[in-house]
Design a protein around this ligand. Structure first.
Ligand code: ADP
Ligand code: CA
Length: 423
């Protein structure tokens, strides 16, 4: 019997089941490089994982690369895939050195830096808001020439950490200082030499609802597999709570989103794997990219939205691409199964968690496919624009978008974090 393929999955949080379940479906064994904040016990138990390979990528990327190459020499594996945003450059470098399928290091660097994404989009003639790069805190005045409102953000952040809308020029200096401070406390742009130089990006506010597009890309050919609706987020902070798929939009707007997303892959040089792209629909109609992540979205939960709403097994296809195979959906038809809603319980005012209220009835609801609880009693959650994790995520399936929206609204009323009284 031929050996089952093996893939090194780097930094995929083991409490997020989607990619692990996909590996089982794809018949691929996983060598998991656990994320620093993962528990060894949970990592070992994750489905499809046959081996743990702890590597200190953040603090010692050279050592991590050497250890990975050693492991490869002992017994070659068939692929390597990034399980979170921060490790994308490391995984690209490892893939090149080991001769495995992956992004070029240049493309990996581009998509880890919102400044270079903006420049590439501009050069390619794609939609871009006015923007100013602030590489040192004092240079904030360079952004005064933009049309306000603007959005201040870390050049290589995530999860809307340190992302602030500023309506008034008088408030810009303070917002930039605040974002810088968060960049420093969270070590965005880390010690890893392949990590990007840190900095701040200020860009004009794109007024309109937000969507997310999940794609597969194999040998440079891009397929947008699913488009999800994120709704109207107006700020000043951008805590994301809601997604619904498939987005209910006219065919011409969906086509315009696809064109923009495909163009962005080409502009960034992203040729292999799966991507998560966020866009705003300016005036409700004109798609403009916010950013692209060259990895599966939402730690994997975007997979489920795509799988149900389009029938494409996104995470399994991504794994296949990373072991050098063509995705099955390149040749086979897929059929949608239904509508999906994802709800992330907001952190709100933050504080010391007493309990998460309303979970029991959610767990018992037959429409709910997944409940992932990331924090329990005693955890300290900081409010936006800071970020300390999503408390709870619920993913449910529905027969219509209206039902999905109604259920999301129900969760917004009944599922919440209760904090200890401030003493
Ligand atoms: P992050 O990497 O932190 O997710 P994003 O660029 O995606 O950074 O910004 C987070 C959120 O902030 C976006 O999802 C969007 O809602 C909002 N945002 C960011 N930039 C803009 C912009 N130029 N116009 C409108 N909203 C924006
Ligand atoms: Ca984002």
């Amino acid at each position: 019997m031929p050996q089952r393929p093996k893939l090194v999955l780097v930094g995929q949080l083991s409490s997020y089941p989607w990619v692990f379940e996909a590996a089982v479906r794809a018949g691929i064994d996983l060598i998991l490089v656990p994320r620093g904040d993962d528990s060894a016990e949970s990592a070992e138990r994750a489905e499809a994982v046959v081996e743990l390979l702890p590597l200190d990528i953040d603090e010692n990327s050279e050592g991590a690369l050497a250890a990975l190459a050693d492991r490869y020499r002992r017994e070659p594996f068939d692929g390597i895939m990034a399980g979170n945003e921060r490790v994308v450059p490391f995984v690209a470098r490892a893939a090149r050195e080991l001769g495995l399928t992956g992004l070029t290091e240049q493309a990996a660097a581009v998509v880890r830096d919102k400044r270079s994404m903006r420049r590439r989009l501009l050069d390619a003639g794609l939609g871009v808001p006015g923007f100013a790069v602030v590489d040192v805190p004092d240079a904030w005045t360079d952004a005064l020439s933009l049309r306000f409102p603007v959005v201040v953000k870390p050049a290589n952040g995530h999860s809307s950490l340190g992302v602030i809308r500023v309506d008034d020029k008088d408030d810009l200096e303070q917002a930039v200082a605040r974002t810088w401070k968060l960049i420093e406390t969270h070590h965005l742009g880390a010690a890893d030499v392949s990590a990007p130089e840190t900095g701040v990006l200020v860009e004009e506010y794109l007024d309109g609802p937000e969507v997310s597009a999940e794609s597969l890309v194999h040998q440079g050919r891009v397929r947008v597999c699913g488009i999800s609706w994120k709704g109207q987020l107006v700020g000043p902070y951008f805590e994301e709570t809601t997604l619904r798929a498939p987005a209910q939009l006219p065919a011409e707007i969906l086509a315009a989103i696809e064109a923009e997303v495909i163009g962005a892959h080409h502009a960034f040089g992203v040729t292999e794997g799966t991507t998560h792209t966020e866009l705003r629909l300016v005036g409700g109609v004109r798609p403009v990219l916010l950013e692209m992540g060259a990895r599966i979205g939402g730690g994997g939960f975007m997979h489920h939205l795509v799988h149900l709403s389009s029938g494409i097994d996104l995470a399994a296809e991504a794994l296949r691409i990373h072991i050098g195979r063509e995705p099955l959906c390149w040749r086979a038809e897929s059929a949608p199964v239904g509508h999906v809603a994802a709800y992330q319980v907001p952190v709100g005012d933050g504080g010391r968690v007493k309990q998460v209220c309303g979970l029991d009835s959610v767990r018992d609801d037959p429409r709910v496919d997944y409940v992932v609880q990331a924090v329990g009693p005693g955890a300290l959650l900081r409010p936006y624009p800071d970020f300390s994790g999503y408390p709870v995520m619920v993913i449910s399936r529905h027969t219509s978008d209206a039902e999905a929206e109604a259920y999301r609204a129900h969760l917004a009323r009944t599922l919440y974090v209760e904090y200890e009284e401030q003493g």
